[in-house]
Design a protein around this ligand. Structure first.
Ligand code: XLS
Ligand code: NI
Ligand code: NI
Length: 435
């Protein structure tokens, strides 16, 4: 039985194709820098957006057509959604997926029943994984949707809510391990606050660290080998989230001695909400040896919220792929489309257009990034810009850590340094030339 009877398996037809249901650039086996595109890009689909996002907004009802869904909280409905999802993964050639516990299985307002439902759906997902070869990039627990988490989960003022969150993470980790998940994400949905008048920030942050330490202990106890990630986001739903950006997350992990067990999952729209570029966030993570995975989407510069749009901006995808290539590629992580269609794009067909577009935009980004590296002019300029550190006084400063007095002596006895150009416009022109 097919849930998308009118949609063929999407094939690569090349840049001259006008077929909306074909890849123009994503050619999974094509080698780039000696490695197949699919291994560079490691695309993932987000279960919550593909299967569970009705596309409602604060002003209007859901619009998405989901003819396969009876909207019941039954396990049979959940299993049928999984069948639809795996047909979608097959037809789009997306190799990985990500989920929250409550996307794949119902929240039944009873911990034991919800956990049993999750485990039942998990065995169904496992069968699909085994017959299709698709893999779970990461799992996570939804610790922000249910009203019990209105004040936070790991940072809840009520200790019983903290305990519930811990119990839910335990079950979600069990499910992720049963599915051989390559990772597990902690995104601090409501781990933040609206007002300091009613909040003990220090206590909340310490509790969040405790929750993560418990997760590390549990990971060791059950022998789960996936990578843990924290996903930074500055606000929304909380006014201030504790995991606001890559630097804040790294500081938190370092302060609470968690850096050895966590990497970062960086999302483009979260970077821009934090007032950074995506490449800034990626660079901060890479410099700390902590870039794990990417939630691939983009925001709208005219809107100040997490619009989670599909990535179509080639500058954006090129800059992401430059960073990924520079780091030597993903190991456990990948490019998860944490992206949703616009409310007006409500047909199942739009799911295909959206993912094809995102995949092609990243395939082009990969080819452009490889071209920038092969061209070498940008790299050579940057290397040369710092060349005064490779010899003479620069080398001496880096290696011998001289005193201020020594440097004052050097300055007094040498001519004023000549001002060099940063050539930003030239660098931008070279990138444009290669796009
Ligand atoms: C929300 C986040 C969320 C995480 C997973 O803004 O991006 O979807 O990726 O909990
Ligand atoms: Ni995300
Ligand atoms: Ni997001």
């Amino acid at each position: 039985m097919s849930f998308f009877p009118d949609i063929p398996k999407i094939a690569y037809e090349g840049p001259s194709s006008k077929n909306p249901l074909a890849f123009k650039h994503y050619n999974p086996e094509q080698l780039v820098e000696g490695k197949p595109m699919r291994d560079h890009l490691r695309f993932g689909a987000a279960y919550w957006h593909v299967m569970r996002n009705g596309l409602s907004d604060p002003f209007g009802a859901p619009t998405a057509l989901m003819p396969w869904d009876d909207y019941s909280d039954s396990v049979s409905n959940a299993k049928q959604r999984a069948d639809v999802f795996f047909e979608f993964l097959d037809k789009t050639s997306i190799d990985f997926y990500c989920f929250h516990d409550r996307d794949v299985a119902p929240e039944l307002n009873d911990y034991t029943k919800s956990t049993e439902a999750l485990m039942e759906v998990t065995s169904h997902l496992l069968q699909h994984q085994q017959s299709s070869g698709k893999k779970l990039l990461w799992g996570t627990a939804c610790l922000f949707g249910h009203p019990r988490y209105a004040h936070g989960a790991g940072t809840a003022p009520d200790a019983r809510v903290f305990a519930y969150a811990a119990a839910q993470v335990k079950a979600a980790m069990d499910a992720t391990q049963a599915l051989d998940g390559l990772g597990y994400v902690f995104w601090g949905g409501r781990e933040g606050y609206g007002s300091l008048l009613n909040t003990n920030m220090k206590r909340e942050v310490e509790h969040l660290a405790m929750l993560l330490h418990m997760a590390v202990d549990y990971k060791r106890a059950i022998g789960f080998t996936g990578q843990f990630y924290i996903e930074p986001k500055p606000r929304e739903p909380s006014t201030h989230q504790y995991d606001s950006d890559a630097a804040a997350c790294l500081n938190f992990l370092r302060e609470f001695d968690l850096l050895g067990d966590f990497k970062l999952n960086i999302e483009t729209n979260h970077a821009t909400l934090a007032g950074h570029t995506m490449e800034h966030e990626l660079t901060v993570a890479i410099n700390a040896g902590a870039l794990g995975s990417v939630d691939a989407n983009q925001g709208d510069t005219l809107l100040g919220w997490d619009t989670d749009q599909f990535p179509t901006d080639l500058y954006g995808t090129s800059k992401v792929m430059l960073k990924v290539l520079e780091m030597g590629g993903f190991t456990t992580g990948g490019l998860n489309f944490d992206a949703k269609r616009r409310r007006e794009s409500h047909e199942p067909l739009d799911l295909f257009h959206a993912h094809i577009g995102g995949m092609d935009a990243f395939a082009r980004g990969l080819k452009i990034a490889a071209a920038v590296r092969a061209d070498g002019r940008i790299d050579a300029f940057v290397k040369n810009r710092y060349s005064s550190w490779d010899a003479g006084i620069g080398q001496h400063i880096e290696s011998a850590k001289p005193t201020f007095a020594e440097l004052a002596d050097f300055v007094a006895n040498n001519p004023e340094p000549a001002l060099a150009s940063g050539r930003q416009e030239l660098m931008e022109n070279i990138l444009n030339e290669l796009i």
